[in-house]
Design a protein around this ligand. Sequence first.
Ligand code: COD
Ligand code: ATP
Length: 228
Amino acid sequence: MKIIGLTGGIASGKSTVCRMITRRNIPLIDTDLLARQIIEPGKPAYKRVVNHFTREILNEDGTIDRVKLGEIIFSNEDKRKILNKCTHPFIRMEILKLVICYWIKGEKMVVVDVPLLIETRFNKFMSSVVVVYCSDQIQINRLIKRDNFSELIARQRINSQLPLKEKIKYANYIIENSGDIKTTEEQVENVFKNLKPSSLNWLLSWLGPPILAISLIIKGLLFIIDRL
Ligand SMILES: CC(C)(COP(=O)(O)OP(=O)(O)OC[C@H]1O[C@@H](n2cnc3c(N)ncnc32)[C@H](O)[C@@H]1O)[C@@H](O)C(=O)NCCC(=O)NCCS
Ligand SMILES: Nc1ncnc2c1ncn2[C@@H]1O[C@H](COP(=O)(O)OP(=O)(O)OP(=O)(O)O)[C@@H](O)[C@H]1O
């Protein structure tokens, strides 16, 4: 199975492109959604996050106030690193579980939408990397408009990630999303026509998920050994 990593910058258009991908009946794993699920009360990362960030980040009903947590971590790099440490191992495990489910179902391709694909070096586990790109000015304008941020806050959030100009260096395919939706849709069509696995390719890439699983298990064991 081919595992396609889709990434980009904040508000560069990943979700917009993902909607086009799911309309093509290609399975998609949305890591922003996984990140939301693993910090729900009772879920594995919840306790870790609350221990580090205190009950100050909780809503009255005990759920994590995502707006408050966002304000803390996007204005403080050390705190952002702490949140990443609390959440990323669990997100990786959820991705792995879903990839294996799709593999068992016999899917030939799965797209994993990971905003921090390059920053976390998760791109190494992907068959191909697709970067959704747009110009700096358009990225900031779209972010301000969508989330109602001031320019300062928008810049702070953009600067918390590797610049898009750096990310495209790791891309096998770039989707240029500075233009209109129709132009983006045409590029999505072309990229995924190219990525469609041939039968021979499919046979070879069948080994993808087990290799991903073994690599992540080794990484987990090394992490545990390091902490002993
Ligand atoms: C900080 C949180 C609570 C903010 O939640 P909120 O609902 O406001 O935003 P959402 O999750 O939809 O993220 C929006 C975008 O912010 C960017 N972003 C999110 N987390 C991070 C981070 N740790 N570092 C840099 N950018 C990030 C991504 O581009 C993402 O697409 C949430 O993003 C979170 O838990 N982040 C840590 C987990 C993570 O790294 N997620 C990214 C996917 S792996
Ligand atoms: N080609 C386009 N033309 C006009 N508006 C667009 C285009 N692509 C995306 N947008 C708008 O820009 C905003 C950001 O797009 P989107 O939410 O898809 O980005 P994202 O990369 O998923 O963001 P995040 O990193 O925050 O999850 C949205 O309001 C979306 O409607």
